[in-house]
Design a protein around this ligand. Structure first.
Ligand code: SF4
Length: 438
């Protein structure tokens, strides 16, 4: 039987989809890229924003026709499945199986059950088994995500993750290190350690702490670059910050969501830090690792946000000068406490603030990219550029996309490139010099 997976949402979902691919291939199923060719279509869903949910419903609407045309098995997995549970079947009755993020290891059982003509639903809360699944190693990869923990205990008042993905569970360090060693043997050069809040990895377990884990990954031969997402500012310890100054393979980039620059809003969001504390950590990062690139997430138009709160956010933007900010207008989500907060900000106002913030950040990002002009940087070559098949593409250690001309043999290698032009979303490189392997 042939299967296809449609993935929506974050890197955690992408990683979960890779695990599903691995399981299905192991059991003799074949992967296809066209829904028309598939016998099984699995939709891995995201519910972090309303837009993602709307996208899912519209996609499911399109699948109705395919389901009628052929005997297609449709599975819905991920966050929407977990949050909606049986209710989902009222909205999309043409679904054959639903698995929450902690139940994806049951995909084969689900398919077998559906083949017998029965519906299969599983919304387990215990994610240990899923956490230990490994993504497929069949395709040659240069970069890989490695899940180190799942779930979140923070309950930010706007976020569905603790309801959709459950409480924090850390994966044993030995398992993680074995997986990375295996990836390195298969040619992977860069790993990104993945979790909703990696800073609290093994907080309640007698195993390696997150900085200790980074140190061990740093020793694995073949791995040239290490990254991690996502960090929570309140749990970013001094010990972890110091890793940026001393671990050679740890890239000079951190994604540190601030969400708002207003202490009043941060409190309403239940974020557990103040603007001043956030800025202190940024200072320390810049001191330990000069040139570190900082990216972040930010929400505007959160309930209660007044003009002066938004000004605080803009002030933070100016003070930090982020390399990039992923910004969104607040999106009310079912199950979250923010839904009950008074003083909801009209959508139009939130969108107007978002435009101001994004315009400002666009300028800063462009300035940052232009600062690279005339500098030589190390680039891990990832493949052909999406824009032009004549160009190669890769990233700097600071996670900036570099496009440049060069032979295909460079894919998978680290080269030194001269930056000749900075643009809004990438930079242009030339004059390549090969670097020896680490
Ligand atoms: S830290 Fe907050 S925003 Fe991040 S996943 Fe946990 S609850 Fe959601």
């Amino acid at each position: 039987m042939k299967f296809m997976i449609e993935t929506m949402g974050c890197q955690m979902n992408e990683n979960d989809s890779e695990k599903l691919v691995s399981l299905l291939l192991e059991h003799g199923f074949d992967a296809v890229k066209d829904p028309q060719e598939a016998d099984i279509l699995i939709v891995n869903t995201c519910s972090v924003r309303k837009k993602a949910e709307e996208k899912f419903l519209s996609y499911m609407g399109r699948l109705k026709y395919l389901k009628k045309k052929k005997n297609l098995i449709i599975g819905v997995v991920g966050c929407i499945a977990q949050l909606e549970k049986e209710n989902l079947l009222r909205k999309v009755p043409h679904v054959d199986f639903c698995l929450g993020p902690s139940s994806i290891h049951k995909v084969i059982e689900a398919i077998e059950t559906v083949k017998k003509g029965q519906l299969y639903l599983d919304f387990s809360e215990n994610g240990e088994e899923t956490l230990c699944l490994k993504p497929s190693l069949t395709s040659k990869k240069i970069k890989a995500f490695v899940t180190i923990m799942k779930g979140c205990n923070n309950f930010c008042s706007y976020c569905v993750v603790p309801y959709a993905r459950g409480r924090e569970i850390s994966r044993p360090s030995l398992e993680i290190l074995n997986e990375i060693e295996e990836l390195a043997k298969n040619g992977v050069k860069e790993v990104t350690l993945l979790g909703q809040n990696v800073n609290s990895y093994n907080k309640d377990r007698n195993d390696l702490s997150f900085p200790q884990l980074l140190e061990k990954v740093n020793e694995i031969p073949g791995i040239e670059r290490i990254r991690f997402v996502t960090s929570h500012p309140k749990d970013l310890s001094e010990e972890l910050i110091r890793c940026f100054g001393r671990l050679r393979k740890l890239c000079e980039h951190i994604h540190l969501p601030f969400q708002s620059g207003s202490n009043k809003i941060l409190k309403l969001m239940n974020r557990g830090y103040t603007k001043e504390e956030y800025l202190e950590k940024i200072e320390m990062l810049k001191e330990v690792c000069p040139g570190i690139a900082i990216t972040a997430d930010c929400i505007v138009g959160f309930p209660g946000e007044e003009d002066r709160d938004f000004e605080e956010t803009m002030d933070l933007l100016q003070k930090v000068r982020f390399h990039n900010v992923f910004s969104f207008a607040y999106s009310p989500r079912k199950f979250t406490r923010a839904l009950l907060l008074p003083n909801q900000v009209p959508r139009e106002k939130a969108l107007a603030r978002l435009r101001v913030l994004q315009e400002e950040q666009r300028k800063i990002t462009l300035e940052k990219n232009k600062e690279l002009e005339g500098k030589r940087v190390d680039v891990l070559v990832e493949g052909l550029s999406k824009r032009s098949s004549l160009d190669l593409t890769g990233r700097t250690r600071t996670n900036i996309v570099v496009n440049f001309g060069g032979p295909l043999e460079l894919i998978g290698r680290t080269v030194e490139v001269l930056i000749v032009k900075g643009y809004a979303n990438s930079v242009r490189g030339a004059n390549i010099q090969h670097k020896s392997k680490i």
